[in-house]
Ligand binder design. Structure first.
Ligand SMILES: *Cc1c(COP(=O)(O)O)cnc(C)c1O
Length: 469
């Protein structure tokens, strides 16, 4: 393939159009097939992987269609993450409009690490991060950043808290999470220079929520032992069951003890858009920082997380190092320099893929989709409550329903999961809670509606009945 100038890396207009059309047509057909696609299709996937293993050729094939076929073949042999039956882990979505915006963003290739290079492009990303801060009633001195995911956001929160509260000699610092917290919160300890010995597991109540009295007691105990408690991380939606820690009570303790209060709302955060979520998250406006994952609750394709921090300067102090080769560029002013606020310098122009769906569909479209997920959760919970062969764990707080075979026999519950997933219409995952095996239905995808949830309940009912007989 050569362009009008005869240069292979610079295709001409007709070639560009033809390539783009080949890809968009395939993608449209792909999305059209999602609801009938198997919810899980990994049998033989390693054979496909072996067939595709290759080194890049010295002379190109000039064959976009062949490369497209390979990519589609690879994508076909996976879990169907973007389909309506994907109810495992925390589902994402994969909005077409985000993909389109991303294609444009990559084609435009503007640099957004420092504002002066592309002020108005940075503004489009700021539209998103300001909206995130406003969503949680953070003050004007707050700042948001878009990260690659929730794990990176939690890491930056831990580093910001460490820097603000402990300074450079921090190894006597302790921070507090529950045993239900997402693994990225404890993983962050190691990456941020601590050991796992600096992380304290606060007990949870019967609903798997942090016990604030225990939290206060452990802080006092650590102080008496000469340690420096500096951070508490609450969950606004645990991955296991959607449990929401008592945010106001934890804010109370954090304020009294001068701890940084971080909320990991990677899964649950965008339910703040709904009336119910807004009530459940009361107290979140008192946090120092909140992790949010647009690639979960805003249905974006994987690769977009977010962090909002109440005190912009604290985030900057923890992440900024000057560099002589950047001396021509001015400091942050009306617009931020993202490189001063995150570990990244060069990065993709990721704001557009969030801004486009919000602006094109409107916030109400997201609000009602999230409300629908809450209703669907009640729907599947009610259906399973009526099933004599299954046992429910906890009342759902967001959009997770945990269940297992009645009586709690682990082996039979494992078989139940295998049978449900063998349907290929839905795909569920399991977890261990307090040492016991549970299956979960987690409803987040914008493509999941009542028909698939009813089908899911029927599949569970039939599989459980077959195992019980
Ligand atoms: C998914 C999740 C994370 C991690 O986010 P990634 O985007 O996968 O890195 C952190 N915390 C919670 C509660 C999550 O559900």
């Amino acid at each position: 393939m050569t362009g009008s100038a005869g240069l292979p890396l610079e295709p001409g207009p007709d070639e560009m159009r033809e390539m783009a059309e080949t890809v968009t047509e395939a993608l449209i057909a792909w999305i059209g097939g999602l609801s009938d696609a198997p919810a899980e299709n990994t049998a033989g996937a390693l054979d496909v992987a072996h067939r595709l293993a290759a080194a890049p050729p010295d002379a190109g094939s000039a064959d976009v269609k062949a490369l497209l076929d390979d990519a589609l073949e690879a994508a076909r042999h996976t879990f169907e993450y973007s389909g309506p039956g994907y109810l495992a882990y925390i589902p994402g979505g994969g909005l077409y409009t985000a993909a389109l915006a991303e294609f444009l963003a990559q084609g435009l290739n503007r640099y957004v690490g420092l504002w002066q290079a592309s002020p108005a492009v940075v503004q489009l990303e700021e539209n998103v991060t300001r909206w995130l801060c406003d969503l949680f009633d953070f003050p004007v001195t707050s700042q948001g950043v878009l990260t690659s995911g929730g794990s990176m956001a939690n890491l930056s929160a831990v580093v910001s808290a460490r820097h603000a509260k402990l300074g450079e000699a921090f190894l006597d610092g302790t921070y507090y999470v529950t045993d239900q917290a997402h693994g990225s919160n404890t993983k962050a300890a190691t990456i941020a220079g601590f050991g796992q010995g600096n992380v304290r597991l606060v007990p949870t109540d019967d609903e798997l929520r942090m016990d604030p009295v225990e939290l206060a007691r452990m802080i006092t105990e650590d102080r008496a032992a000469g340690r420096r408690p500096f951070l508490v991380i609450a969950a606004a939606g645990t991955t296991n069951t959607g449990a929401i820690d008592p945010l106001s009570a934890i804010a109370e303790v954090a304020e009294r003890e001068a701890l940084w209060f971080h909320i990991d709302a990677a899964y649950g955060g965008f339910f703040q858009l709904t009336g119910r979520g807004h009530e459940w998250f009361a107290g979140s406006e008192r946090a120092d920082s909140i992790t949010l994952d647009p690639h979960k609750g805003l249905f974006l394709p994987y690769g977009t997380g977010g962090l909002i921090v109440r005190d912009r300067e604290a985030m900057r102090d923890a992440h900024f190092e000057g560099a002589a080769y950047l001396q021509d560029l001015p400091p942050a002013g009306e617009l931020p320099n993202y490189n001063e606020l995150t570990p990244e310098l060069s990065r993709d122009m990721r704001g557009l893929r969030v801004w486009w769906p919000l602006a094109l569909h409107g916030v109400d479209a997201f609000r009602s989709a999230l409300d629908e997920k809450l209703d669907l959760t009640t729907r599947v919970h009610e259906a399973l409550s009526a099933d004599p062969n299954v046992e429910l764990g906890w009342d759902p707080q967001l959009t997770v329903v945990a269940f297992r075979m009645r009586g709690g026999d682990e082996q039979r519950s494992r078989e139940l999961l295998a049978r449900i997933n063998a349907s290929k219409r839905v795909f569920l995952s399991s977890t261990m809670i307090r040492g016991e095996y549970w299956l979960r239905v987690c409803i987040v995808s914008h493509r999941t509606h009542a028909d698939r949830i009813d089908e899911c309940a029927a599949i569970i009912r039939d599989a459980a009945a077959a195992l019980a007989s």
